[in-house]
Design a protein. Structure first.
Length: 110
């Protein structure tokens, strides 16, 4: 393919119904069920084609694990069911990311 200057490329894309726009983003955060991907000072491009907008994110990111909120009720339940102290019950729940059944099974295996 022959090299093309940016103006020609933009013109061709416009003819095909594709619009591109740079987004002045300071930070982008993608949240998943167990972590967040945090992009600091990313290059973000919004692309609109056939009525659909998509975003392209380029840059370095950091993965931040979500800390699970563990209630006192859950700790007490695990303490009673597994017959363990509070510290052990809390640690089991943290390792199981708050999943009561998994925490209880791990403690019963010990």
């Amino acid at each position: 393919m022959l090299p093309m200057n940016p103006k020609q490329m933009k013109k061709m894309m416009k003819q095909m119904g594709i619009e591109m726009e740079e987004v002045d983003a300071e930070e982008v955060i993608i949240k998943t069920s167990d972590a967040e991907m945090v992009f600091k000072n990313p290059n973000v491009t919004k692309i609109k084609a056939k009525g659909v907008e998509t975003f392209q994110i380029i840059g370095d990111y950091e993965v931040v694990e979500k800390k699970v909120e563990i209630s006192e009720e859950d700790v007490k339940l695990i303490m009673e069911q597994a017959n363990v102290d509070e510290k052990t019950a809390k640690r089991a729940l943290e390792e199981a990311k708050g999943d009561l059944a998994e925490a209880l099974l791990k403690l019963q295996e010990l």
